[in-house]
Design a protein around this ligand. Structure first.
Ligand code: ATP
Ligand code: MG
Length: 251
């Protein structure tokens, strides 16, 4: 459903992503790993429209979406979370999740201002969906809480709930387990599996190798902006280039 073809992005002299190609199968959990600075977040920013590629194509359900805005991509069914939390702390937890669904709601400004019944109904449905998603993501006890009352681990899951509120076909998760303890990481693993089982394709960037190896159908390894290897967990784990990139050439 997603096919990246010869994608590159340079920032001045920094070649953050260089000629990367890979395909993500519908319904799969596809991980992208690599050392710090390998280009993983840049790749996500290209695929989700935050950056325009220097060159290359991004085919999403048969359409080249390279250079499209994040809004346009969200409407086509692409959703994401961020490596650094992007939660509005002065809003309620539920409102944060509802932000994710607003791209879907095609509301007329005047109708909204007049609070017409149709708008109120759409808003209620949206609130109901957001609460359901919070429960699905294991943060149901925060439905009536403000975001600033939530723990860091709970906020990471709130972000996933917000990304799901857009009803995506594919969700890109940038380090969902970063900064989490062992138990919380296990809960994220379960949640990612549940998301995939619900029919949403998952692209995952993560440094926690146990999580990656347990979850992934397919793994792409980046190093210095280039594809170093790809394959199943077993193939990637046994690849000498991958071991060297992570542990240093001496290994
Ligand atoms: N907006 C930008 N301007 C200039 N350089 C950038 C920009 N964004 C990323 N880079 C550079 O591109 C390279 C890849 O960065 P990127 O954030 O994609 O790495 P990453 O694989 O996500 O690393 P990490 O695991 O630490 O999150 C780095 O050298 C980084 O400094
Ligand atoms: Mg990153």
């Amino acid at each position: 459903m997603l096919s990246i073809e010869n994608l590159s992005k340079s920032f001045g002299g920094v070649h953050a992503v260089q000629g990367v190609s890979f395909s993500v199968k519908q319904g799969a959990i596809h991980s992208v790993i690599g050392p710090n600075g390998a280009g993983k977040t840049t790749l996500f920013n290209l695929v989700t429209g935050v950056y325009t590629p220097t060159s290359g194509r991004i085919m999403f359900n048969g359409e080249n979406v390279a250079g499209m805005s994040p809004d346009a991509l969200a409407r086509r069914g692409m959703s994401r979370t961020f490596q650094n939390l992007q939660v509005c702390m002065n809003m309620s937890a539920l409102d944060n999740v509802m932000v994710g669904s607003h791209l879907r709601l095609n509301q007329n400004l005047f109708a909204s201002m007049l609070r017409l019944p149709a708008v109120r109904r759409a808003d209620e449905a949206c609130r109901h969906d957001a609460a359901e998603l919070m429960r699905f993501c294991g943060v149901g006890k925060y439905i009536y809480a403000d975001a600033d009352q939530m723990s860091y681990g709970a906020l990471k899951r709130l972000e996933i709930a917000r990304a799901l509120a857009a009803k995506p076909k594919v969700i890109l998760l940038d380090e969902p387990a970063a900064g989490l303890n062992h138990t919380e990481t296990g809960e994220i693993e379960e949640l990612v599996r549940k998301i995939a089982q619900s029919g949403i394709t998952v692209v995952l960037v993560e440094h926690d190798m146990k999580l990656v190896m347990n979850l992934s159908d397919h793994i792409l390894v980046l190093d210095y902006g280039k594809k170093l290897a790809e394959g199943t967990a077993a193939e990637v784990r046994a690849n000498p280039d991958v071991i060297a990139a992570y542990l240093g050439a001496a290994a």
